[in-house]
Design a protein around this ligand. Structure first.
Ligand SMILES: Nc1ncnc2c1ncn2[C@@H]1O[C@H](COP(=O)(O)OP(=O)(O)OP(=O)(O)O)[C@@H](O)[C@H]1O
Ligand SMILES: [Mg+2]
Length: 304
């Protein structure tokens, strides 16, 4: 199957700084794909190269089979990018900008523009100058702008940064619908719960290098630990058996969290240890490792 986006041996140098190095992977057609990485990892640089806004130092990228440099016109027609930066043209109203963009792609249908304005709750701002919009409203316009030509591949670079709860929900419902209709979705976000809930496959970039490429299930399965969370009846754990003490991840407000190895059956002996030390508890549950835990271990960062 042809990839929606094919990234081959991509390298990007900004002066002495290597922003991307030997990045090589494919984003499958029709997938909901997550692109994760810490600040400065190279995500936006990669997206800007896909969008044809930044030239790669070496390597190549194609969108739906079209090289983004040699066949840039066709590649751009297949692609809609919601940029991370909120840059808008101050000389146009919302409606003018969307019509202009649609015209650029040769789209005549104004019904779709009306629908986009409606879905993104922008109808009453249609005749407002872009400069007069709030940050969240500008974000909505950039989303609409990326979708005017109904592109096969939709790339969203941190679309929910600084966005209110309502738009976040509206946006996810809409994006899920686009995905169900066959569009490929590529999402960059620092909200890892969001990525965990939405993405089927993920790439993790760190320091310009690809450090993981896998399905969500396989990434989650990489975590070797899980957590036993115990609500204690009081905050005295001075006589905690040393076997249990060695497993303490955190102890805040009578909530004791122990880090357990996934493959070892330790819960019985922990409970026996607590009872023997006369430490009483009112509740306990297991928390499986999240995408955040896997992300932190892969990027070498510790949990705050
Ligand atoms: N135009 C540029 N000139 C010089 N350096 C740049 C330029 N654009 C990006 N960089 C550098 O390239 C590296 C990657 O930046 P990039 O914006 O791709 O990171 P990111 O993963 O999108 O980070 P964030 O999560 O903060 O958005 C950073 O070190 C950044 O300072
Ligand atoms: Mg970025």
């Amino acid at each position: 199957m042809q990839a929606a986006v094919k990234i081959s041996q991509l390298h990007k140098q900004f002066g002495n700084l290597t922003a991307l190095s030997e990045v090589d992977f494919e984003i499958p057609k029709g997938s909901f794909f997550g692109l994760l990485g810490p600040n400065g990892a190279g995500k936006s640089t990669l997206i800007n190269i896909i969008a044809g806004l930044v030239r790669a130092s070496s390597g190549s990228v194609s969108v739906m089979g079209y090289d983004v440099v040699r066949n840039w016109r066709q590649a751009r027609q297949c692609l809609g990018v919601v940029p991370q930066e909120l840059v808008v043209d101050p000389f146009f109203t919302v409606s003018e900008m969307l019509r202009l963009q649609a015209g650029y792609f040769g789209c005549k249908s104004s019904a779709w523009i009306e629908e986009l304005l409606e879905i993104l709750n922008l109808s009453d701002k249609a005749n407002t100058n872009l400069q007069e919009l709030s940050g969240g409203m500008k974000r909505r316009v950039l989303i609409a702008q990326a979708l005017v030509h109904k592109p096969d591949v939709v790339v969203l670079d941190e679309p929910t940064a600084g966005v209110d709860v309502e738009l976040r929900q509206v946006l996810w419902k809409f994006i899920k619908q686009l995905h169900e209709n066959g569009h490929t979705i590529v999402l960059t976000t620092h909200y890892l719960e969001e990525a965990e809930a939405l993405c089927e496959k993920l790439a993790i970039i760190d320091n310009g290098k690809l450090v993981a490429l896998d399905t969500k299930a396989a990434l989650l399965a990489r975590a070797s630990d899980r957590f036993l969370c115990i609500s204690l009846n009081n905050s005295d754990i001075s006589n905690l058996p040393s076997l249990i003490k060695a497993k303490v991840e955190s102890f805040i407000d009578d909530q004791l969290v122990l880090r357990l190895h996934k493959t070892q059956d330790e819960i019985g002996s922990i409970l026996e240890g607590l009872l023997a030390a006369n430490i009483r508890f009112s509740d306990l549950h297991i928390k499986e490792a999240s995408l955040e835990d896997v992300f932190l271990s892969l990027t070498g960062k510790e949990k705050a």
